[in-house]
Ligand binder design. Sequence first.
Ligand code: M6R
Length: 615
Amino acid sequence: MCGIIGYIGDKTASDILISGLSHLEYRGYDSSGVALMNNEEVNVFKASGKLINLIEILKTKQNICAKSKIGIGHIRWATHGLPTTQNAHPHTCNCKNLTLVHNGIIENYQELKKELEKQGAVFASQTDTEVAAHLIAYEYGKTKNLLNAMQNAAKKIKGAFAFCAIHKEEPDRIVVAKRNAPLIIGVGQGENFIASDIPAIIEYTKKAIYLSDYQIGVITKDSIEIYDEKNTLIPNKIEYLPFEAVAISKMGYKHFMLKEIHEQSDVVRNVLAGKLLSADKKVVLDEFKLTKKEIKNIKRIQIIACGTSYHAGLIGKYVLEKFAKIPVDVEASSEYIYRDTIADKNTLAIGISQSGETADTITAIKQIKQDNSHVVIITNRADSTMARLADSLLPVSAGIEVSVAATKSYMAQLISLYLLAIYLYEQKEVEQYKKEIATLKQELLELPSKIEAIVENTSNIQRIAKKYSSYKDFIFIARGINYPNALEGALKLKEISYINATGYSAGELKHGPIAMLDNNMPVLAILNTGSVYDKVLSNCEEAKARQAKLIGVTNYIEEKDASLFDDIITIPLGSETIGPAINIVVLQLLAYYIAEYLGKDVDQPRNLAKSVTVE
Ligand code: M6R
């Protein structure tokens, strides 16, 4: 989604802006732009498409670049208006003195636009951001002060924004504002930075101030002033950024997605570290803040998440209900927020999010917090908005995930949910399943080596990927605890290869989807040993009887049944419960190799964004 970078100091601003934007590219975007300021002028350069188009333009403007030590930059993910150069940020006003980049959505932009048009504003784009630029410029006309102009404008704007503005009449400063969209100020020596996300500036500084909602900042090369909602200057709270620059490198892999799939064994080790020491020891989960008594009072669990994180939540339901013996509802955040929901202090709310910045999930969390439910956040970003809303924060620390397609963060979420289920089971002192819990713990400890066995031998997966890459449609089926992986496997395939893939619960096939089966429809079945093995096998027979091409992802198959399948991917043995954490690796690799074979932009698929910060 959109990304912001700003720089003020003694270095060539364009170099830092381009480097920062290149580290935000992973978020997904369709145009880019920068505004470069020196004592005499502000120059704006914009391009549609990839960042390289903007870089090519800047190569022809070396004089301007060399003398500009202040600048703001942006990558845009279109919301209002097509992804054209005209709609790309930065945006300016009639006199071109004020220049603005923006993340978020201005809800009352139509109303504001009408008012500004009456004052003579002429608009060059379809964006809501240009309206904000004109509004701040209009307020500047009254106040002759960029800080005051921003303060006045912010009060008139409804919606979400992270603003970063410069003005020709104040060539020593950048003014920023935030409401419901992330923004940080990177603290340097004789230079300062602004960014919507850490990767943009981590190369330059490890110190930052996280702006809170309704705050406005004035940044010069030697100072940072933060004002609260009442326009009072407040003390700066400097924090240390959690990432290393090296985490944002491909480390020799062709794509970040492949690197991140390979990292999953270490991710599992990291999530388990200090929490699960051995199969005969209790899970330690100090981050979970409810007492034993409060845990025993939990009547219901409500999981809220989107996309891949939602699929992790669906698997969480199986283990939490089974072991913790608490009913669990899982709902997509975008649905949760438009319902009259029921929750109370005996409801445990679990928000799951890789980025911790997904707008719908943040709104849902705020909604359930109002019902006095205890909120657990499972996230990969301990520095995120959601993390700050948590009553209990379970950071999964999978390391920064660059590829838009979530892989290692999904694995980390699954492991966290397994740990939480075991922890609740142990705190509630449930007696049933003692043996299964011990087995699950042992399997969690052994999981890294099973993942390694899969990623180190991908020749069969690559062969199958090539064989099926020309199909236009795909169906994924599974049952029980693996059903959510049918959804996740299909999501992975469609988002990076653009093949129309759908996941079904295998038992549902005959209630409609079976009508689509013929020899042009590959069906991938997850066939794990356990309670539904025979059922899934019968569903595969039904599919084969309609001449579907059948791919089995299985940890066990008898020779007599193997002939049913056109292709088989064998995975390491494991119990039914641990199954999803093993077979998902195959589904991720299959999607990856199909997309790679088709030559798709694996890490930055079209139309998608890494963190969806708008509703
Ligand atoms: O950051 P979140 O986990 O809250 O994001 C939710 C979804 O947007 C995300 O999981 C999305 O579905 C993934 N890109 C899929 O790979």
